[in-house]
Design a protein around this ligand. Structure first.
Ligand code: ATP
Length: 569
């Protein structure tokens, strides 16, 4: 509850100020609407009565009231414009703050892992939930306050004409507004929340349908999955229509009740005019004051009917805000000047305090220019070990330090942007010449030459437009651009055909001959590039062999051959 309140109430002083101004402008719009109608009603009636006698026509001042009517009209237009401007600006500022907070939380290790499993969920938090969040202030908070102020103002106007009329009207209106607001909440709370959930599930399924096309076609279930998506879409549309119908029904009933009250007010005013002798212009003024009320209260009913969606959005966003104070992964601290480029003295390392250790008793040093291959069965801890030289992303007992390193992972993400922007990620200060050189060194000169816009050509999301081999070479170009003396290489040529793999390895050997390598591998062709092999099993080092050691050859022989070569030979 505390977090939900913190989400609604802006912490930023400027936003708070803007919201307050926005609210004042919204109230001013409502008050000027009431003023405009009251005065118009009074003026039309008073002019009509004055027109009955010549003497009255002479003394009746038409200028002041008409000027006041014009004033209210201008005030209403100006206040409405200012209200939209200020309120929307304030809500955008607030939701921008929330988006930043979300990104900060998402950038943390734990959230990243959760979200990597459910990217559609992240998409929905950043779009659907934030959209609903933006509307809470605009569609619920502002209309509620404006409706309250309008009701009290109209009660005050009617009471000034006749106290009993004002109080009676107030009682009836309060009862009606409470009944219709509660009715809107009660009837639609669950439905509007379930609509939001269905929208998310539709998005998730559409994303799954698009990204899993190949597997669906191969397994012959593309049609059934498509039908599944269509059914979700149909049920979403049905719920949407039924929600809109309900909202319309409530609107129609409340409009009908409003008209009944209006008729009641006309009859009461006529009776008061007749028997209590209030003036006719004042009687018309009170009727027209009440006429404004429905339009000022209607937005409140609409906001109430969407309350389920708002509460759901607040509930789903609040965990991101709660956990927003921890820090994202930090880079590993640099090794102080010494004869090594990396040192590991790890007693124990794990991803979370409560999770089992993924590394135990790991001790080794890396000299400048040394190339070490880490081999071992799946899950032994090889990738976790080399990633430790890059970030402080794990809980480590012991010491681990290294000079600044560059990482080449098995899967490289290529963003939907130009090649230039994608390469800039590796080195922001790199010039176009540096980038072209890195591409050439990685063996992409032909590819680059064939592109009309060269470095400024666009690539699709996650390497669309590049073959697997080209994407690997692109990752290599990024590695070259980083100009780091320590390379962390995680299965650099896995899933690549033998010819391309050998070419990539040759290029790495040539341009990385003076670099130190920490290379994770299952392949003989990769391990053979290294002078030293460290074997790992079940989180521990089980062997450490130089090339001259006979066990080096034994371990090498146990690694996977280049199957592609065998088949193609
Ligand atoms: N981000 C993570 N969060 C929690 N546990 C993880 C994470 N990454 C890996 N692990 C766990 O750490 C252990 C070691 O994984 P790691 O990827 O380092 O093994 P590996 O030796 O590189 O395996 P492979 O050869 O299959 O790549 C595994 O049990 C794995 O489940």
């Amino acid at each position: 509850m505390k977090t939900i309140l913190a989400l609604i109430a802006p912490r930023d002083k400027i936003i708070r100020k803007k919201m307050l101004w926005g609210l004042l402008f919204a109230i001013l719009t409502a008050l000027s609407t009431i003023g405009l109608l009251c005065l118009s009603g009074w003026f039309i009636t008073a002019t009509g009565i004055a027109g009955l006698t010549i003497a009255a026509t002479r003394v009746f001042d038409v200028f002041m009231p008409s000027a006041a009517i014009r004033f209210f009209a201008l005030l209403r237009t100006g206040a409405r414009y200012a209200e939209r401007l200020v309120n929307h600006d304030a809500t955008f500022m607030q939701s921008r703050g929330l988006r930043l907070q979300l990104f900060k939380t998402i950038a943390q290790r734990k959230s990243l892992r959760d979200l990597a499993m459910r990217p559609a969920r992240l998409l929905h938090r950043l779009t659907g939930d934030i959209d609903s969040y933006e509307l809470i202030y605009l569609k619920l908070i502002v209309p509620s306050i404006v409706a309250l102020v309008a009701i009290f103002t109209i009660i005050a106007v009617l009471s000034s004409v006749h106290l009993g009329l004002g109080l009676g009207f107030g009682l009836v209106i309060f009862a009606i507004v409470i009944v219709f607001s509660c009715l809107s909440i009660k009837l639609d709370e669950k439905r509007s929340a379930s609509l939001a959930i269905r929208r998310e599930s539709l998005r998730t399924r559409v994303i799954a349908l698009l990204s899993g096309q190949t597997d669906l076609v191969m397994n012959g279930c593309q049609q059934s999955f498509t039908n599944h998506v269509m059914n979700t879409e149909d049920s979403l549309a049905t719920s949407d229509v039924s929600l809109k119908r309900r909202q319309l029904a409530i609107e129609a009933i409340s409009a009908f009740v409003d008209k009944l009250i209006f008729v009641g007010l006309i009859i009461t005013s006529v009776l008061l005019y007749r028997y209590v002798s209030i003036s006719l212009p004042l009687a018309v003024l009170s009727i027209l004051a009440a006429l404004t009320l429905y339009d000022l209260v209607k937005p409140l009913y609409q906001g109430c009917s969407e309350i389920g969606r708002y509460i759901l959005a607040l509930r789903r966003l609040s965990p991101f805000v709660e956990s927003g104070n921890t820090n994202p992964a930090k880079p590993r601290e640099e090794l102080p000047p010494c004869s090594y480029v990396a040192v590991a003295n790890i007693k124990r390392a794990s991803y979370e305090p409560q999770l089992p250790a993924v590394l135990n008793d790991i001790h080794f040093t890396v000299s400048a220019g040394e190339k070490i291959a880490f081999v071992g069965p799946n899950g032994a801890g090889k990738s976790s070990l080399i990633s430790l030289f890059m970030t402080k992303d794990m809980i480590v007992e012991g010491k681990i330090a290294a000079i600044k390193a560059a990482l080449l992972e098995q899967n490289t993400y290529i963003f939907r942007d130009t090649l230039h922007e994608n390469l800039k990620l590796a080195n922001v200060t790199a010039s176009d010449e540096d980038m072209v050189e890195a591409m050439e060194r990685a063996g992409l000169h032909d590819y680059l030459d064939n592109l009309k816009d060269g470095l400024y050509s666009s690539v699709g999301e996650n390497q669309t437009g590049l073959s697997t081999g080209q994407a690997r070479r692109f990752a290599l170009a990024r590695l070259f651009l980083q100009k780091r003396d320590l390379w962390l290489l995680d299965e650099p040529t896995e899933n690549i055909d033998g010819g391309t793999a050998r070419d990539i390895l040759e290029r790495m050997k040539h341009y990385g001959r003076e670099k130190s390598w920490l290379l994770v591998t299952h392949l003989k062709r990769e391990a053979t590039c290294c002078d030293r092999i460290i074997t790992l099993d079940h989180t521990r080092i089980t062997g450490d062999y130089e090339r001259s050691n006979e066990n080096y050859q034994r371990v090498l022989e146990s690694l996977r051959e280049d199957n592609y070569d065998k088949h193609s030979m």
